[in-house]
Design a protein around this ligand. Structure first.
Ligand code: ME8
Length: 503
């Protein structure tokens, strides 16, 4: 049996409510996870929360709360959003989990025994909002090169991880592994970043400055740097060093999905950490682009966030999923517009898909009392279109292009609506051409069934409504994408509008 498909999201900081950016990453991952389940694979889909470090400590203090009390209150907010958006994860990991702590400690033991960690003095500039240290030359006019805010000078005793020792190995690995970082342009960025010497990574913070972190095992005066802590989740979530049978069942991860803001950590620190502990590389780190508003990245520190809870309340989870998956090419930035979301909802979802399903089921109700008639012929031009759609969708998804998969699906949706206009079933009914009308409707309902199946990865609750109105329940599979399995005599529920239009 082949290995389960193991897919991960970043672990989100819990210093604020999740926003559209977090929702996007999880929707993308959920769509891939569902699609691999649809292909018949076993899937391990893990998401979770990053709960240590200065940002979280500060957020808790701002509210006058103990850090652990604070994170315990924030985590359910993330989980409730994932529920609302239909995110079907298999495991939720928190960096405050005991298991994660123990595994992190085991990893330190290995690294220390190998001599890959040493104690030294760290001098540098620190940007608190970004949690980043910068060298003098990296600063942009004396400010943080990422967010352009003030930085503070620091000099302190810390522990360092020998990134530099593995630099030439990493360069070779990236050159030889074209799919390790996707898209290609990002891989090239990492390779050109690696043309300069890598500095070793400072992996602790003095307790005197920060207490909210995992204890560094060899020094009571230090806690672990939040990035080192968080990256380990990808292996601690599958029991690395604790249950190697479980670990080797899932590892290597097939897909780490991250935003381009955190690609360096995932394409430089993470593979080096794995190499140092002698663990196989994940197959692909996929960096997607940013959602922006008026050209600026949506981010909690900029305060221009779009509240996904509100969007879902107004338009429903599937409309939000459709918009995000369709409007930005994975890997590139997308400019968020609520007006465009509404436009897509009214046209693609309500006029095209909703209308097709409603027409098909209503006509069956009207002309055949809602029961699927016996078809005497299955000749319809839609059949071939659906077969090629299935291939297109599969290729698009395996090539990380969910928008292209949706385009291929909507080609068929629109074609099916045209098919209704051209065949004028109401005329067939008037002329009492029952057989022709029956054949026509069976073809149309088959199309609706196959669309319902293929949509399960993208618009899960809509797909479920479509399928259950046709009396189809259970785990949908690509194997069911064969033309002709609707049974004569089955009672089909008359549809309700799937997507009420928004003014
Ligand atoms: O970086 N557009 O957590 P974080 C698209 N804890 N995606 C966005 C986005 C935007 N405008 N803003 C955020 C961290 N994201 C670390 C990760 S992983 C071991 C540790 C998404 O809460 C995107 O996936 O700041 C980005 O990488 C992530 O949220 C950052 O989330």
């Amino acid at each position: 049996m082949s290995k389960p498909f193991y897919i991960t999201t970043p672990l989100y900081y819990v210093n604020a409510k999740p926003h559209i950016g977090h929702a996007y990453t999880n929707i993308v991952c959920d769509t891939f996870a569902r699609f691999h389940r649809f292909l018949g694979e076993e899937v391990r889909f893990m998401t979770g929360t990053d709960e240590h470090g200065t940002k979280i400590d500060r957020a808790a203090k701002d509210q006058g709360k103990d850090a652990k009390v604070y994170v315990d209150e924030m985590v359910p907010l993330f989980q409730s959003l994932w529920n609302l958006l239909g995110i079907q994860y298999d495991y939720f990991i928190r960096t405050t989990d005991d298991n994660h702590h123990q595994i992190l400690q085991n990893i330190f033991k290995t690294l220390e025994a190998k001599g890959d960690i040493y104690r030294g003095k760290y001098k540098g500039w620190y940007c608190t909002p970004c949690e980043s240290f910068w060298t003098e030359t990296q600063l942009a006019e004396g400010k943080c090169p990422d967010c352009h805010r003030d930085v503070q000078q620091l000099a302190e005793d810390n522990y360092f991880f020998r990134l530099s020792k593995y630099q030439s190995w990493l360069v070779g690995y990236l050159r030889d592994s074209p799919r390790f970082v996707w898209p290609e342009t990002r891989r090239n960025e990492i390779l050109s970043f690696l043309e300069r010497p890598l500095e070793d990574l400072c992996i602790t913070r003095p307790r005197a400055r920060l207490t909210w972190g995992i204890a560094y095992p060899s020094s009571p005066e230090h806690v672990v740097y939040v990035w080192f802590d968080a990256l380990v989740n990808y292996v601690s979530g599958v029991a690395y060093s604790k249950d190697m049978k479980q670990f080797s069942r899932f590892w290597p991860a097939d897909l780490h999905v991250v935003g381009k803001d955190i690609l360096r950590q995932h394409a430089i620190y993470w593979p080096i950490m794995l190499k140092a502990i002698d663990v196989e590389m994940p197959r692909t780190v996929l960096a997607h682009g940013w959602w922006t508003i008026e050209g600026s990245k949506v981010s909690k520190s900029r305060g221009n966030v779009v509240d996904p809870f509100e969007i879902v309340k107004r338009y429903g989870a599937d409309a939000f999923r459709y918009y995000l998956l369709h409007e930005a090419r994975l890997g590139l930035d997308g400019s968020y517009s609520e007006d465009l979301l509404v436009e897509r909802l009214n046209s693609d979802l309500a006029d095209d898909l909703g209308n097709l399903v409603l027409r098909a089921t209503s006509m069956l109700e009207r002309y055949f009392s809602g029961r699927i008639p016996d078809a005497t012929s299955s000749a319809t031009p839609l059949r071939g279109k659906l077969a090629s759609m299935t291939d297109l969708v599969k290729n698009a998804m395996l090539g990380f292009q969910p928008y292209a998969a949706l385009d291929a699906i909507w080609e068929v949706v629109r074609e099916a609506n045209r098919f209704v206009e051209q065949n004028k079933p109401w005329v067939l009914a008037k002329e009492n051409k029952k057989e022709e009308l029956g054949n026509f409707l069976v073809g149309l309902l088959e199309t609706v069934r196959l669309l319902g199946l293929v949509l399960t990865s993208f618009l899960p609750s809509t797909a479920e409504k479509i399928l259950s109105s046709l009396g189809i329940n259970g785990r949908p599979s690509i194997q069911d994408m064969q033309w002709g399995s609707l049974k004569a005599g089955v009672r089909v529920e008359k549809g309700v509008p799937l997507f009420p239009k928004v003014e």
